[in-house]
Design a binder for this molecule. Structure first.
Ligand SMILES: [Zn+2]
Length: 320
């Protein structure tokens, strides 16, 4: 079973052609600074058509298009309900019509973190596990949960995917979402540079010369012994670990998967979060496993087949 997949991230759009749990071809479109999704759709269409050629297949051989979107979506009806500082025009677009007209294919949309977890369960670190929580540490903090083998969505589509907006510091930094002190507002790709710049001694730190400042730079300079980098890294680790404990307490998983750009080098994040969970969770049965994502930034693309074939409200997508 083949499918087309899109992963609309904060800085790029991942595009792929998949066959079951394998990626046949993929590419990435730069979306840094792009605010309008409508402007990007023709580029996306061209990229998907080129990938179909590269994969030596046709749209007719695919079951549909699956989109992972960084916002609140209604997966059952294929609509986008709410965005957060990215692709603000998306709720007004008829993406199903775009898929039909551009590719003659049906469409399903899911929150990007949920689709990444669906990919990891189908083809990666979560194979064979029925109760999983995943945290995707990137520009924001995406989360998702699968309980008893079913993706958790909730009546309004909010459940599981807003875990990055759980409060870790109630007098903390304001977040785009309206809350204060969310994990995302305290330790994500967009908030970490603000935290670092406000840190005592920042002007003397090697980090002060870096623009842009990302986790790669932060971790590199922490390893070199830069005091501010060490302190900010430690704070990020504690925020992610505290957030993970809250997710474990909320969802009772057997497995916690850590993914996203930060996990391209899993240590020291993996060991820190694992030990923190082992120390700080209340559990009657043992402790959940903590593993790094196995599929890297391809996880959401590989969630395409499980998303397109999932039965929702008693109906699977109308396959052609
Ligand atoms: Zn928030």
């Amino acid at each position: 079973m083949r499918a087309l997949a899109l992963d609309m991230g904060g800085t790029h759009i991942g595009c792929g052609v998949v066959n079951e749990d394998r990626l046949l071809a993929n590419t990435s479109i730069d979306a840094e600074g792009a605010s309008s999704l409508a402007d990007l759709l023709p580029v996306v269409t061209d990229a998907l058509r080129a990938l179909l050629l590269e994969a030596n297949t046709t749209a007719k051989e695919c079951v549909g298009v699956a989109i992972g979107f960084p916002g609140i979506v209604d997966a059952c009806h294929g609509t986008i309900h709410s965005t957060l500082k990215k692709y603000e025009d998306a709720p007004k677009l008829d993406l199903a019509a775009w898929a039909r007209e551009a590719l003659d294919l049906p469409l399903r949309i899911e929150n990007d973190a949920r689709m990444a977890l669906m990919g990891e369960q189908y083809a990666g670190a979560g194979r064979g596990v029925e109760n999983i929580v995943m945290m995707t540490l990137g520009t924001g903090i995406g989360t998702a949960a699968i309980l008893n083998g079913r993706v958790v969505r909730g009546v309004h589509g909010h459940a599981g995917c807003l875990g990055g907006h759980l409060t870790v510091k109630f007098e903390g930094r304001p977040c785009h979402c309206g809350n204060v002190g969310c994990a995302e507002a305290e330790a994500s790709g967009w908030s970490m540079p603000q935290v670092a710049r406000a840190w005592p001694g920042f002007p003397e730190s090697a980090l002060a010369k870096l623009e842009p400042l990302g986790f790669r730079e932060l971790f590199t300079h922490a390893e070199r012994g830069d005091t501010v980098a060490c302190d900010v890294r430690e704070r990020c680790l504690r925020v992610w670990a505290a957030n993970a404990v809250s997710l474990v307490h909320a969802y009772d998983p057997d497995l916690v998967i850590l993914g996203g750009g930060v996990m391209q080098s899993p240590e020291p994040v993996l060991t820190f979060v694992r030990e923190y969970i082992n120390t700080h969770t209340w559990s009657s049965w043992g402790k959940p496993q903590v593993q790094a994502a196995a599929l890297g930034n391809m996880a959401a693309l590989l969630g395409a087949v499980p998303l397109l074939t999932e039965e929702m409200h008693g109906a699977s997508i109308k396959l052609q």
